[in-house]
Design a protein around this ligand. Structure first.
Ligand SMILES: *Cc1c(COP(=O)(O)O)cnc(C)c1O
Length: 218
């Protein structure tokens, strides 16, 4: 199937309130252009260098999402233009993003990555770390960060019930955090969960953003 047909299929499948982030990592500028010409405007990359290079080469009305682990020393390259960073996983990183936001006189939108999978992973806050962060004084000093919600990746498994239960965990954590810390906040509304293999489950469990790569581009 051509990229345009896959996007059509996805857009039929995904409810209107759920945003489709086309994950173009490792795929050529030409392929991204093909998806762009089919009407897609939100793209996700997991590496800073590739994100910057594609941003330079492609139309300026694309919303660029960073979905992969971000090193503090690379934050400055994306702060001028990035639309949303999905993968914020430490206080140190938040402080650097805040600092670069100040430098560029820009509020930087982020999601906090939560560790929900069973397998060993280095990235993401657990529930206790998240609570500590949101109750800390540091959190209040992050004036140039726009907190938009949470992101998570389910375990890499064929067990759909396990994936479902991990997504449920993320959604209920979001609901708890929302009512405790962001009740009046118009921005804290996103739960980014679901990829090519599990986006239907993500949507059923309350995802507001799905990040789909291989289904579209491979
Ligand atoms: C690669 C990637 C995706 C997309 O995965 P596919 O299985 O190709 O759809 C989504 N989220 C993150 C964080 C990724 O690294």
């Amino acid at each position: 199937m051509a990229i345009i047909d896959k996007l059509k299929h996805l857009n039929n499948e995904i409810p209107k309130g759920v945003k489709l982030i086309a994950v173009s990592k490792t795929h050529s500028v030409e392929k991204v252009k093909e998806a762009y010409d089919a009407g897609q405007r939100m793209f996700g990359e997991n590496r800073v260098q590739e994100l910057v290079s594609k941003h330079e080469q492609l139309p300026k009305d694309i919303e660029w999402h960073l979905i992969g682990h971000l090193q503090t020393n690379k934050v400055k390259y994306i702060t001028p233009f990035v639309h949303l960073i999905h993968s914020v996983d430490s206080i140190k990183l938040l402080e650097e993003i805040n600092k670069q936001g100040k430098n560029h006189n820009r509020q930087i939108s982020v999601l906090l990555q939560i560790y929900i999978a069973q397998e060993e992973s280095k990235f993401g806050f657990n529930e206790m770390e998240l609570d500590d962060l949101l109750n800390s004084n540091q959190f209040k000093s992050l004036t140039h960060i726009n907190f938009c919600g949470l992101m998570g990746m389910a375990s890499f498994t064929d067990n759909k019930e396990q994936v479902r239960s991990e997504f449920k965990t993320l959604k209920s954590l979001f609901n708890r955090i929302k009512s405790k810390h962001f009740q009046e906040d118009q921005h804290f509304i996103e739960v980014s969960m679901g990829m090519s293999g599990d986006f239907q489950i993500g949507i059923e469990e309350g995802s507001t953003m799905v990040r789909i790569g291989s289904y579209i581009f491979s």
